[in-house]
Design a protein around this ligand. Structure first.
Ligand code: HEC
Length: 190
């Protein structure tokens, strides 16, 4: 009996040490790949990424993200009329019911495919490309400027570790082939 109790105490202590060893560590300690993905999922799910980057459909309780197209961006096959011209005044933006197409003074922007599809998503990106994008607000840190409503001003404040965790989670998703359209010029410029 004594042996059994001692054994379980040792086992518990061992488990605690293992847990400590693999816990994500803000000071740059080692997090296991599974922990990184779990943290990334937690951030992506609670930072609004899903709200904009997953097409919404009407469910029993109103619009909800279509998890079969999780984080795959504005659906390429969605037929949309041109965004409406709004009357002068304080109302400046329109949003498609999918939550993936947004029109305002910057033009019409379509949320990006964040799944690991190589041709239409982030499949060819490195973690460094992802971090550079979120820090600079430019495509892969060197391309065109990313338009609203992508909340770069907020997201760029995240730590690189958290950005890396998000990328690890995005990498773990099923790849969805969906080529998101390029942005369109502002309504008044057409
Ligand atoms: C309010 C809506 C919104 C939220 C919230 C949002 N995004 Fe975006 N995101 C967009 C839009 C719109 C674009 C495309 C802008 C463009 O085409 O210039 C975009 C673009 C991107 C891009 C650039 C892709 C490329 O090819 O350059 C990345 C990466 C990205 N988002 C990641 C994220 C992550 C990660 C989160 C959560 C932490 C997030 N976004 C939250 C709307 C949003």
């Amino acid at each position: 009996m004594k042996h059994l109790i001692l054994g379980s105490i040792l086992l518990a202590a061992g488990a605690a040490i293992v847990a400590l060893a693999i816990a994500p560590d803000a000071k740059g300690g080692v997090a296991s790949p599974a922990d990184l993905v779990a943290r990334g999922r937690y951030i992506v799910e609670s930072f609004g990424c899903v709200d904009c980057h997953t097409p919404h459909v009407l469910g029993p309780n109103g619009p909800e993200p279509d998890r079969t197209r999780h984080l795959s961006g504005h659906p390429a096959d969605m037929q949309l009329p041109p965004a409406p011209a709004l009357p002068p005044g304080p109302w400046i933006a329109s949003i498609a019911a999918s939550m993936t197409a947004w029109s305002g003074p910057w033009g019409t922007s379509f949320t990006a495919n964040l799944t690991p599809d190589v041709e239409t998503g982030l499949g060819a990106w490195t973690p460094e490309d992802f971090i550079a994008t979120l820090k600079t607000g430019r495509h892969m840190g060197r391309g065109r400027e990313i338009l609203p409503p992508m909340p770069i001003t907020m997201i760029r404040n995240m730590t690189e570790d958290d950005m890396r965790a998000m990328f690890a989670y995005l990498r773990s998703l099923p790849a969805v082939k969906n080529r998101v359209p390029d942005p369109l010029p502002p309504v008044e410029a057409r």
